[in-house]
Structures are given as C-alpha cells and as structure tokens.
Design a protein around this ligand. Sequence first.
Ligand code: TRP
Length: 328
Amino acid sequence: MLTGDRPTGPLHLGHYAGSLRNRVALQDVHQQTILIADLQALTDHAGRPRDVRQNVLEVALDYLAVGIDPSVTTIALQSAIPELAELTMLYLNLVTLARLERNPTVRSEIELRGFARDIPAGFLVYPVSQAADITAFRATLVPVGDDQLPMIEQTNEIARRLAGLAGRPVVPECRALLSATPRLPGVDGRKASKSLGNAIALSASPDAIRDKVRAMFTDPGHVRASDPGHVEGNVVFAYLDAFDAQREEVEALKQRYRDGGLGDVLLKRRLEEVLQALLAPIRSRRAYLARDPATVLAIIRAGSERAHSVADSVLADVRDVFFLNDNG
Ligand code: TRP
C-alpha cells in the first residue's frame, strides 16, 4: 500500500476523510509506505522551495498525530529516494504528451493555478513521477481521494506498457482504495484546497474550527428555520456524513431539515461539537510531538533509508527492460 502528500501546507479534513483514515485503519494489515512528495510539490512551488522544505515536518507531524505508526508504516521523503527520479525519466518514454494533457485532474489544477500557456514542464509530467512513486514499492493498493483516480489509471498504463516491452509483468498494476467520503467539499462548497483557504486543517485551533463551521455554505434558499431546506450540496451535511458517528441521528436531522423546522445555527452547532471532539486529541498529540522535531526528522530519515532499498531493486528490474544493466 502506498500514498503520498505534497508538503505545501498542513493536511486538512479532506485528506483525513479521503485517505488518512484508511491508512491508519489498514496499516496493521498491509505493508504501507507513505511518501512526503516534496519533488511533486516543487512542480508548482518552485518559486517557494523554503515553504516546501518547512512543510515536510508539518506533514509528518500530521501523520503521526492522526495515528500513523512509524513502527509499522514507512514514512519516507520523496527527494531522499533518487531511484524515483530515474524511474520517472524512464517512464517518460512510455507516455505521450497528448496523454499527459488529457489527465482531468492536471487540467483542473492548471486552470485553478492560472498557468494557461505557462505550464511548468515538471508539472505536466508529475503523474509520471507519481507512477514511479507507486510502482517503486510494487504497490497494489493506493488509498486516495477520487481526484487521484486519473493518476492510478496512468500508472497502470505505464505498468502495462512496461510489461509489453518486457514480455512479462515487471511491476504490478494497482487500484485505488476510495473511502466512503472520497471527496469532501471545502467550507465554501468548492473543492477543498490548501490554496483556496477553504479547508479545515487537522491542526486548526478551536477558534478556527468554530469560525470555519459558522462560515459554511448551506442552502441559500433556507432563510428561516421553518423553511424547507436542501441537504444535497449542503456542506454541513457533507461534513456530518463524513464525521458524525451517530448515523441515525444525522438521517433524522436531514429529514427535519428537508421538512422545515431545523435552523442552520443549531445544525452548525452540532457539527462544531463533532469536529472539536475529533480534532482535540489530534491537536494535542501534534503539539506534544512538535516539541521534538529532531525525533520526527529521524523517523523520516529511517523511513527514507528503508524505502530507498526497496526502490533500488525495482529500479534494477526496470533498467533491465531497457538494457541498462549490463556494463560489458
Ligand atoms: N498527487 C497526490 C496529491 O496531490 C500526492 C502524491 C504524490 C501521491 N505521490 C503519490 C498520492 C503517490 C498517491 C500515490 O495529493
């Protein structure tokens, strides 16, 4: 099992619902590697390398705070594993420019970032580097949100082209492990994103949680508590569905909201309680770990060492396919 996160800011509830929760739940049954994808982060943050560097520690703290256990999960830093760069270079020969331009996630990211004609070349090819990330650990399971499905598809295309070239499978194909909430909206109803500032960070303060919940988009047609309201497209219900364990109560609230008679203030108060309860232990664990960054960095260093030796053997297999191993 393998996933990664770009260290471009603190991880948020979208990461938690879409992927982190699954990683924690499955770390005892699957051999798991998690990459802090700093090279991928540079593909659209090349102007702010210092930020990327600083966020490596922040992301690692988020992992440990939510319960990723470094004694069973390998936490590694992408840039500390040079095999990934070489694999990327080789895989680039197995994809076309047209295919890269068709990736819907990359397309929407290009639009979101306003790259227009100035797309960094590295950004366009990051799905290929992600294919290297996944295959370098012979991963078969990738716990991600649904925005990452196009990356899985491209990875499998590369795995198949490699197999075609070799006349036998070289790296396994993989599949996405989607959570029950593969896409949590931002508080404004748009895609949750670090750059839009519409996400709730796992490290958010109690005040920030309260403010973000109060600002949440509900149903603009639901003016008085007595008005019937819409549940679909209502961000508060999307979050209750993702995080409120009292399923039956949530269903009853939805009914009341639809019928009219449930106000946004009351509804948001419930969500705030749920989120405060979820994030309080994560915040305190994070604060505790943050006092000793050297230990966290040592965990990343040890994980990167381990990851490096696995990736090394996969790279040797891929080099074989391209006749790059015999030196005489
Ligand atoms: N693209 C992923 C994201 O933006 C991060 C990532 C990098 C990743 N390498 C990966 C995800 C490998 C899954 C597998 O969140």
